[in-house]
Design a protein around this ligand. Structure first.
Ligand code: CTP
Ligand code: ZN
Length: 153
């Protein structure tokens, strides 16, 4: 990490995971998807931070937390450009991009108000039909929901 005169907008962590390049509007959805309210370690957030690539971005720093890929890839629904930085002893030891999975179970709501998943207690299930724009197709009613209309729960 090059510090020079560049001050970090959110303090550095010693060990853990930094999720960077989250669109500012997606921060609270990412918090929900990863169930961060259940974590009892130190968590710091920043949002509406300036980013050259995203306009405004959000960042989440999780001390002493390391995710398995399968868990972290769920956030690709709303933060497909998120970058994970694994920190060990203050150094970035690994950088990973999130990957959009082939199928999504739960997490998102089907955008079709008539869909059975919106009327009965059935877990939603989707196949990802467009990984670039992140569009998902409901297993039950075949309605396609794109990322702009995606509701997360
Ligand atoms: N970071 C941190 N604590 C550390 C080391 C890094 O919180 N001990 C954070 C930095 O603030 C940054 C991210 O981890 O948000 C990645 O760090 P680094 O690779 O040094 O930053 P950049 O080169 O700006 O990353 P990139 O351009 O790949 O997003
Ligand atoms: Zn449906």
């Amino acid at each position: 990490m090059v510090m020079n005169d560049k001050k970090l907008q959110v303090s550095a962590i010693k060990d853990g995971t930094v999720i960077d390049h989250i669109p500012a509007s997606g921060l609270f959805n990412v918090i929900n998807i990863l169930r961060l309210d259940k974590i009892e370690k130190q968590i710091t957030f920043g949002t509406n931070l300036e980013s050259k690539r995203l306009g405004l971005k959000a960042i989440i720093k999780l001390a002493d937390i390391f995710f398995v890929d399968n868990d972290i890839n769920k956030i690709s629904l709303i933060a497909p450009k998120a970058k994970l930085n694994i920190i060990k002893n203050y150094e970035v030891v690994e950088k990973k991009l999130v990957e959009v999975p082939d199928t999504i179970k739960g997490i998102a709501k089907c955008g079709n108000p008539k869909c059975i998943t919106n009327h009965e207690r059935i877990k939603t299930k989707f196949t990802v039909v467009n990984k670039k724009k992140v569009a998902i197709k409901c297993h039950y009613c075949e309605k396609i929901t794109d990322s702009a209309h995606m509701e997360i729960f």
